[in-house]
Design a protein around this ligand. Structure first.
Ligand code: MG
Length: 300
């Protein structure tokens, strides 16, 4: 292992009992990791203080990815409401659920930029995959990445050329936007010439803080696919794959691999010093101590 992993640190399974654990976020005020158990339609919380896993909410309308807003409230994606919503102390406020008069598909993952705009991906798992939401149709006929500006309520597609956009995150200076494509999942990790980039993380230059240009493939992820990921303070990408968390340098070079015994959905940094990597992987929440922090935590 590289010096990205704390000396002597090993992977620890801290909680089990989910069917498909996704969408983790660290809540500093609660010293807890909140995450979705999508097929069970509930939200779980693991407390570092008690070491216990608790149900935060049942009948959660199939939430998926989440992040913290600038004010510390939770912004989360809802497959069931086909919306991006805010959870402030348990009170849900829908922020957006349609574009150009059409319903969104099923928002999957979300980030908040330092200017307060909310960027999210909109694949269709929540309306097409049994048990992950309510069956429905693609109303605008595609899968986009959107930017919501809460200052004027405008919703704008920013990325339209990723087949199935899933995880997303900015580089530390927000000059780059990374978007994972989870269109295909080759178990052998091989490239499909017919769908190049279908299990890659893609990269865009962000102009004027709001326009995504010059899309290109950043890194192919395999075996499996990249679902959720986070960017650390040095611009490295910590991404899910089938069997390991993979860490890519900003150059696209694979620099670390943390094997995990279950299929991985997503990761987040947490703990009091922000250097614990929490991993949602199928039935369980895992963690490992690292030497780095999330780019967003380092910003504040
Ligand atoms: Mg996802």
């Amino acid at each position: 292992m590289t010096d990205l992993i704390a000396p002597g640190a090993t992977l620890e399974n801290v909680a089990s009992g989910a069917v498909w654990a996704e969408g983790p976020v660290w809540l500093p005020a609660r010293r807890a990791v909140r995450f979705s158990d999508i097929p069970n339609n509930r939200i779980l919380e693991y407390s570092e203080d008690s070491g216990e896993l608790a149900v935060y909410r049942d009948d959660a309308e199939f939430t998926n990815g989440r992040t913290l807003d600038l004010d510390g409230s939770v912004i989360q994606c809802s497959h069931g409401r086909r919306a991006v919503e805010r959870d402030r102390d348990g009170v849900i406020e829908v922020l957006v659920d349609s574009w150009a008069g059409k319903r969104l598909n099923s928002p999957n993952d979300v980030v908040v930029k330092s200017d307060g705009t909310i960027w999210f991906t909109d694949p269709s798992y929540g309306i097409k995959k049994p048990g992950e939401g309510h069956p429905g149709e693609l109303e605008y006929g595609d899968h986009y990445v959107f930017r919501l500006d809460p200052r004027d309520g405008s919703l704008t597609p920013v990325v339209i050329d990723v087949e199935t956009p899933n995880g997303l995150a900015f580089s530390p200076d927000e000059s780059l936007l990374y978007v994972a494509d989870s269109a295909i999942s080759p178990p052998d990790g091989r490239r499909d010439p017919a769908r190049p980039g279908g299990h890659s993380i893609h990269c865009y230059d962000v102009f004027d803080g709001r326009l995504c240009k010059n899309g290109r493939e950043f890194a192919e992820v395999g075996p499996g696919l990249p679902d959720g990921f986070r960017v650390d303070e040095a611009g490295r990408i910590w991404t899910s794959s089938l069997d390991a968390v993979q860490v890519f340098a900003p150059t696209g070079e694979l620099v670390e691999r943390i094997p995990v015994p279950e299929k991985i959905a997503n990761v987040c940094f947490g703990g009091d010093d922000g250097r614990t990597l929490y991993i949602t992987a199928t039935s369980s929440l895992y963690r490992i101590r690292t030497t780095v922090r999330d780019a967003v935590a380092a910003r504040t």
